[in-house]
Design a protein around this ligand. Structure first.
Ligand code: FHN
Length: 438
């Protein structure tokens, strides 16, 4: 459970905004990618407690939390199997925690001994083999990095109701932390050269305090193509709403919703509130319909085992993605609200529309305000052609009629969500008026 204060500050931080002009060409692979798999792995998976927050919010004591170091073994860890599962899900990128707010690095940090190499029985860098396995599968590599480090004596924040010091009163102490923090970011960049660096925890300090401009510049000096999420007090490339699906389309053409598979980011054996495959697919379709990506989270156990429910979700999503790949990957946001009652996407060249039909949708799909003539309609993955008719078109009016697409035959329906491909005779053109003569 977060405190209200944290929730309030998070609200501002996670919706994201940017003070920089993102390089649009650099973001192209990310726009096309649509799906990423988020991995929260750390010592919190030993006892299955909240990642970092359990001690910060005083649900357990700090010594008890840190005692989990002794139980992090990674002894069933199979990075190739993880990467293969991610590949099977259809994800094009994956973001793993290199260090959460508890300060425990998952690689061999030369700036601290608080890492899984020096302080846990795993005794090894668990990230290098994972990134190698991802890259072998052609999956882009993302590094989550928490700016907050509640374990450090030179970091102000610790428990929810206490602080070690105030930056204004002890600026040198903060500078010492900052040097460490920037140093670890540098290590992550040098060791793994991630395609995407995913910051978290910026809300505890301002852009000036973090020296966010320098963090961004240092990253780009190492890898000009690296993408930075917006949790860097505005110095990132794209917004990252968390857990809650946006209802109105976010501004900007690049954004990413991160979401848990149950209610927790990390391994929590007592949490069985898993989303169903259908719910996951419906959320995913909604996100891509609005031009976003979904970063879907899993939380492996300390030994590297991934819960069966999470494996099942990724596999089912993967089956659906494979069948409907043309409607998903490399597409752009679909129709604005009001034209079709459901999610939709659009091919990059704007000549093919994909309509996502909830699996239990009865009756005909309807498109309003479509100026284009339709060349063909088929059920994606079933190759079933569907007839359509245009209703209410008045010859002398420029206002288009309503497109009614014939019922989808039962045999052609997908078990989760059927998708229709609507090929247009020209680039999409929409009537956005108020009816009548307007
Ligand atoms: O506090 C973290 C939380 O533990 C988790 O890592 C999520 C993932 O986006 N980010 C933070 C809250 O925004």
């Amino acid at each position: 459970m977060r405190t209200w204060i944290a929730a309030f500050t998070l609200l501002f931080s996670v919706t994201g905004y940017t003070q920089v002009t993102p390089d649009s060409a650099k973001l192209e692979w990310f726009r096309d990618a649509k799906l990423g798999i988020f991995i929260h792995w750390g010592i919190y998976s030993v006892n299955g407690v909240d990642e970092s927050w359990s001690f910060h919010n005083k649900l357990i004591g700090y010594p008890e939390y840190m005692a989990q170091l002794k139980g992090f073994t990674a002894n069933k860890y199979n990075p190739e199997a993880w990467a293969a599962l991610i590949k099977e899900s259809g994800a094009q990128y994956s973001v793993i925690t290199t260090k959460h707010h508890d300060g425990v690095a998952l690689y061999d940090s030369k700036l601290s001994t608080l890492d899984v190499v020096n302080s846990t029985p795993a005794k090894r860098d668990v990230l290098t083999p994972f990134y190698q396995a991802l890259r072998k599968q052609g999956i882009k590599a993302g590094a989550y990095f928490s700016l907050i480090d509640w374990s450090r004596n030179d970091y102000p924040g610790f428990l929810k109701d206490s602080s070690r010091y105030k930056i204004k009163e002890q600026p040198a102490r903060w500078q010492q932390f900052l040097q460490f923090c920037h140093g670890q970011i540098n290590e992550v960049m040098t060791n793994f050269n991630p395609d995407l660096i995913w910051f978290d925890g910026d809300w505890e300090h301002s852009a000036e305090e973090w020296n966010a401009a320098k963090i961004r510049q240092d990253i780009l000096n190492k890898n000009p193509k690296a993408i930075v999420n917006a949790r860097l007090q505005g110095y990132g490339d794209y917004a990252t709403p968390e857990q809650h699906i946006p209802v109105s389309r976010p501004s900007g053409d690049v954004w990413e919703l991160c979401m848990t598979s149950n209610k927790n980011w990390g391994y929590h054996p007592d949490d069985s509130a898993y989303k169903t495959p259908y719910e996951l697919i419906a959320i995913f379709a909604d996100v891509i319909s609005n031009g976003g990506n979904l970063l879907f989270d899993i939380g492996p156990k300390e030994d590297g085992w991934i819960p069966d429910e999470q494996v099942h979700l990724l596999k089912e999503l993967g089956k659906w993605n494979k069948k409907h790949a043309a409607a998903i990957f490399g597409t752009r946001a679909g129709l604005p609200y009001g034209h079709f009652y459901g999610p939709s996407t659009m091919s990059k060249d704007s000549t093919t529309l994909y309509l996502f039909m909830p699996y239990n949708a009865a009756g005909k799909a309807v498109i309003k305000g479509l100026n284009n003539e339709i060349a063909s309609i088929k059920v994606v993955g079933a190759n079933t052609a569907l007839p359509h008719k245009v209703v209410g078109k008045i010859s002398w009016s420029h206002v288009p009629g309503i497109v009614y697409i014939d019922d989808i035959p039962a045999a052609a329906k997908d078990e989760y969500m059927t998708v229709l491909e609507v090929k247009l005779k020209s680039k999409l053109s929409l009537y956005r008026g108020k009816g009548g003569f307007q």
